[in-house]
Design a protein around this ligand. Sequence first.
Ligand SMILES: CC(C)(COP(=O)(O)OP(=O)(O)OC[C@H]1O[C@@H](n2cnc3c(N)ncnc32)[C@H](O)[C@@H]1OP(=O)(O)O)[C@@H](O)C(=O)NCCC(=O)NCCS
Length: 170
Amino acid sequence: MQISIEPLRLEDARAVVDAEDEQTVRWLSEEKSTIEGTTEFIAQLSRDAELGKPKRVFGIWLDGHCVGTVDFDPDVTDGLEPGDVNIAYGVAPWVRGRDIAARAVELICATIRDRAVGTRAVIRCDARNAASSRVAEKASFEHLREVQIDTEALDDGSPVVMHVYDRNLL
Ligand SMILES: CC(C)(COP(=O)(O)OP(=O)(O)OC[C@H]1O[C@@H](n2cnc3c(N)ncnc32)[C@H](O)[C@@H]1OP(=O)(O)O)[C@@H](O)C(=O)NCCC(=O)NCCS
């Protein structure tokens, strides 16, 4: 099983859309993706990078196929501290449970360290998303704290609780 991460390209849009299911929409993309919209998203990322924005998205490649995405974004601040580099990820339902997300997180941590993006990687998991918490634990992150997110709320109006995990990259 060969796993790598590669900068996301316009031609990966179809694979990203194919890899999405209701769990991806719920916890990562927030709305159902289209190939057209995802292509524009990737183009916008490229334009933003040229303007100096630090967010980077990578395709997760398994044996020659793009099966998901993993990204880092030092500009995410909700529930985090200055200098933290937020990581988010999703993999296709048909390859879940094979340590692919945990391995992709390991790889993006090495990229963050090599590019000197930051010294601490952080993963925020909704308290209801047990699989994502397991990915953080398996990728050697430690549970740092729980936070209430101000920008989101549950249907009953109560705040969303996130587990925050961190990993020192020094
Ligand atoms: C979270 C996600 C990326 C995990 O991908 P994956 O490649 O299956 O992850 P791994 O195989 O590395 O590990 C998944 C772990 O979660 C566990 N898991 C899966 N569903 C679970 C559940 N409902 N409750 C508890 N644990 C669960 C698996 O058993 C596994 O742990 P184990 O190895 O100890 O058995 C994938 O489920 C996904 O894409 N979900 C939708 C998007 C998402 O939630 N992204 C996270 C936002 S930061």
